[in-house]
Write a new protein. Structure first.
Length: 260
């Protein structure tokens, strides 16, 4: 269903872009929404499709064996929506606040049974009681509901008839409403925990198209978490899961359709 939504968004933007291109071919055509960008403040909303996965830095002992990575992330596709508030700074710079709600479901696979070799303990790690990992133990389906609040500085070029290219960059504050960070259970009870409050940086590029009643902007945005999202397992939990990772960070590529 998520893949279908993403394809529908892409197809819709292509159709709109083709339609918009037709109105740019006539040099005598009237410019539309001529005074729109002169407003000090403007508002809108957006829809988006996402491709998400994790960037993982593995623990040098528990996360790998030889050249084999014991923890792997599987990418997924999802969707989201949000609002737009824009503050015009000058002819080429705008400041944008775009709070949104993003839905995600990702998968981590832990092929870490080989960590049994460290059960007796090491100089830096205590001993543990090994268990036989089932298929259910090895796979974690991680659902996330993310309240994403990006603040972006937009730099745009001069308007060419009814279009205008731009690039933007900024920082995000992201709250994961399904982080389980306060749960006393951990991976021994099939509960994967991550941080609730996160920070990220984003970069975006797109083209703004002007119509009679609104401005449409198809864009591509990359969002990359800066903090470590991993919450350590409890002290008595074997090093099959969270301990096998040193760093866990979300990264997302978003296709966005904005309406202003």
């Amino acid at each position: 269903m998520n893949k279908f939504l993403l394809r529908a968004l892409v197809l819709a933007s292509v159709n709109i872009a083709v339609f918009a291109d037709a109105q740019f071919r006539t040099r005598n055509r009237m410019d539309k929404l001529e005074d729109f960008d002169e407003q000090k403040f403007s508002w809108g909303f957006y829809l988006n499709g996402n491709r998400l996965d994790y960037r993982i830095v593995l623990h040098p002992r528990y996360g790998s064996e030889g050249n084999q990575n014991l923890v792997k992330s599987k990418e997924s596709y999802s969707f989201g929506a949000g609002l737009i508030a824009k503050w015009r700074l000058n002819d080429h710079l705008d400041l944008r606040l775009e709070p949104g709600l993003q839905f995600a479901q990702r998968q981590l696979t832990f092929n870490t049974q080989s960590n049994d070799q460290y059960a007796a303990g090491t100089l830096t790690n205590p001993p543990f009681f090994p268990i036989a990992l089932t298929e259910k133990d090895k796979v974690r389906e991680i659902k996330s509901t993310l309240v994403d609040i990006p603040v972006l500085l937009e730099l745009h070029g001069n308007r060419w008839y009814n279009s205008r290219p731009y690039i933007a960059a900024g920082v995000n504050y992201v709250v994961n409403l399904q982080s389980n960070s306060d749960s006393e259970d951990d991976n021994m009870q099939q509960v994967f925990r991550s941080t609730t409050h996160n920070f990220a940086w984003s970069a975006e590029m797109g083209i703004q198209f002007y119509f009679n009643k609104f401005k449409l902007t198809p864009a591509v945005r990359g969002t990359f978490f800066m903090n470590n999202e991993k919450v350590a397992d409890n002290a008595n939990t074997p090093p099959y899961w969270a301990t096998a990772m040193s760093t866990l960070q979300t990264r997302a590529i978003m296709f966005v359709l904005k309406f202003e």
